[in-house]
Ligand binder design. Structure first.
Ligand code: URA
Length: 469
């Protein structure tokens, strides 16, 4: 029996090195016990009866190529609190030798179990990014921000780079029951585990979060179930804005009726807050795992444009070029869109442009990636982000480019032929127009039809623009 001792519960590098060595030595999973420090983590090996270890490996044999998909899965799953995680991952690595495409077999019980671990870890990483709340304290060197967070898994170190990038110019500490992180504006240091009482209680910075939260709370779309799913109650005690929820719910109806007027009378200070809130939202979306589309895509392609734009355009989803560039509508459809905007007298730089689905969905064909239409579940999963963009911007006019955008904005199937050419109302009361997607124009085989449809498209944009008044 081999005993592998890892230095910490998130010692993924240690696991990887040990796993490589074991594999090279042909040590079967049943013959390995994994532990962290002195504690055995490996209930799996202790309970699983298996064949004796295989003979030692021939040193001249080539090293196994580990598929990228497995490494991605392992990097997350290894941070789970499940004591069997390291053994399970090694068992999967072992099987990959004979079945290199094992990661694609989502029906396989081991693959499924590891995928579930990885998903739970990704969610925890996302929750930490979304729910850490800093309180300010003063020390000899000036202002410092301290937050308390209780993760479910061993994710704190893995999340450190995110907080360093996001709050690079602040001095901050994040205290957790496993480890503390301290950033002094130049270097990151680790400290020991902390207790809740080590972090300060509420202070004025909570007002920032409360203002942000109240400004993105849409009284016209109160869905308590969804709210609880996105912001589980266990996080509430450390989040100042949750104190607002009962009051916001209670006054939702009254606020709804005043919302549109209020949006139009926004003050400039709110504009600054809105930019900061938008940046926070974009950063959060960059780690989105709300549906499976994030897996093969290069990155989240979030909306782009000024947060005080009065006109917002919503497309379907990023295409191949947008996926690589990280910006919406920069490929062939984007060129048609830009030309039509100019013809309608609209300056793109003054508009906000986004997509209903924020990851590129495609089917690989040889070296090419062929656009695949997002399905209802994917549109619904991503709708959350578009709603947040809408709530932050509160544009005077929103234009849905194509059926997917219309479905996302209206929450139901809309027929373009029937609905285009007139002003519609979104569920939150905002004005909306529906027109075709620019790529529809690119697909028309007949040149005359293409020219006349293009003119209709420009006319739709002109009408929507005129509705700004
Ligand atoms: N099509 C879209 O809907 N959006 C883009 O960003 C590009 C193409």
């Amino acid at each position: 029996m081999r005993v592998v001792t890892l230095s910490a519960p998130d010692d993924v590098d240690g696991w990887r090195d040990a796993a490589r060595g074991l594999l090279a030595d042909h040590v079967a999973p049943d013959a390995v016990v994994w532990q962290v420090g002195d504690a055995a983590t490996d209930l799996f090996a202790a309970t699983a009866a298996g064949p004796p270890p295989a003979p030692r490996h021939d040193a001249a044999a080539p090293a196994m190529r580990v598929p990228r998909a497995f490494l991605d899965l392992a990097n997350n799953a290894a941070l789970h609190q499940d004591p069997e995680r390291f053994a399970l991952l090694y068992a999967m690595l072992w099987r990959l030798r004979a079945t290199p495409r094992l990661t694609d077999d989502h029906a396989d019980p081991l693959v499924r179990r590891i995928e579930t671990l990885a998903k739970s870890v990704r969610r925890d990483i996302h929750k930490m990014r979304a729910f850490v709340r800093f309180r300010s304290v003063s020390d000899d060197a000036g202002e410092r921000y301290v937050a308390w967070f209780e993760p479910e898994h061993h994710i704190v170190r893995a999340n450190a780079a995110f907080f360093v990038n996001r709050f690079a110019s602040m001095r901050w500490s994040i205290l957790t029951p496993e480890v503390s992180l301290h950033w002094d504006g130049a270097a990151l240091q680790e400290g020991p585990a902390a207790e809740r009482g080590d972090a300060p209680e509420g202070d004025p910075i909570e007002e920032v979060w409360k203002t942000y939260y109240a400004s993105i709370f849409n009284p016209a779309r109160v869905k308590v179930g969804t709210m609880l799913r996105e912001m589980p109650r266990k996080y509430w005690k450390n989040m100042p804005e949750t104190a607002l929820v009962p009051q916001l719910l209670a006054t939702a109806q009254a606020r709804e009726s005043g919302m549109i007027d209020k949006a139009r009378a926004r003050e400039s200070t709110v504009g600054d807050n809105a930019r900061a809130a938008w940046e926070a939202l974009r950063d959060e979306a960059s780690a989105c795992t709300r549906c499976h589309l994030y897996k093969p895509a290069t990155q989240t392609v979030f909306g782009e444009g000024p947060v005080d734009a009065t006109m917002m355009f919503v497309g379907e989803q990023p295409g191949d070029q947008e996926d690589l560039a990280g910006q919406p509508f920069v490929g062939p459809a984007g060129q048609v869109f830009d030309r039509a905007l100019a013809a309608a007298g609209i300056t793109r730089a003054e508009t906000y442009v986004t997509n209903a689905v924020k990851h590129f969905k495609f089917e690989p064909r040889g070296k090419r990636r062929i656009h695949a239409k997002p399905d209802a579940g994917e549109i619904e999963a991503c709708r959350w982000w578009t709603e947040q963009e809408q709530m932050l911007l509160r544009p005077k006019v929103t234009v849905a480019l194509g059926a997917t955008a219309a479905r996302s904005l209206f929450g139901k199937v809309m027929t373009i032929g029937r609905e285009r050419g007139r002003e519609l109302r979104l569920p939150d009361g905002g004005a909306a127009w529906i027109t075709v997607h620019p790529s529809y124009l690119l697909r028309l085989p007949d040149e005359a039809a293409r020219a006349s449809e293009y003119e209709r498209f420009v006319e739709d944009l002109r009408m929507a623009h005129a509705a700004l008044g």
